[in-house]
Design a protein around this ligand. Structure first.
Ligand code: AMP
Ligand code: ZN
Length: 115
């Protein structure tokens, strides 16, 4: 828990969010500024600021996030059509919230390069 972290507060149910799925390790909620018809944010319940902060001892959280996103994609019926998983790191990477998170985007055609 990081005291001023908005995603920590969501995992602790201290501020409102549209939580769509949760287990002991991961919380998934609707992005407040969706970039696609389906735009979920998946966060580990432990505070890790950035993907570059992963270590051998906490790297399992990325597996947890991806497995959760894959299951959610199936539940939301975007798996067969296709979806995108995104992790932004630091300012030029587009990261705005410094609690590691995985974006699950789907429900429309994605483009490349992503911009
Ligand atoms: P990033 O730019 O990769 O750090 O992604 C942060 C994402 O979190 C953005 O897509 C925001 O729209 C989203 N976001 C920020 N605050 C909230 C919130 N309180 N509830 C839901 N989504 C949020
Ligand atoms: Zn946090």
């Amino acid at each position: 828990m990081s005291a001023d972290c908005v995603f920590c507060k969501i995992t602790l149910h201290q501020i409102p969010a549209k939580i769509v799925w949760e287990n002991a390790q991961v919380v998934a909620f609707q992005d407040i500024n969706p970039q696609a018809p389906v735009h979920m944010v998946l966060v580990p319940k432990t505070h890790i600021a950035r993907i570059i902060d992963l270590t051998e001892s906490n790297a399992f959280v990325v597996k947890d996030l991806i497995f959760a996103a894959n299951e959610l994609a199936k539940t939301l019926k975007i798996a067969d059509g296709g979806y995108r998983l995104v992790i932004n790191c630091n300012s030029a990477g587009g990261q705005t919230v410094y609690h590691l998170h995985l974006h699950l985007l789907g429900g429309r055609q994605m483009h490349w390069p992503p911009g």
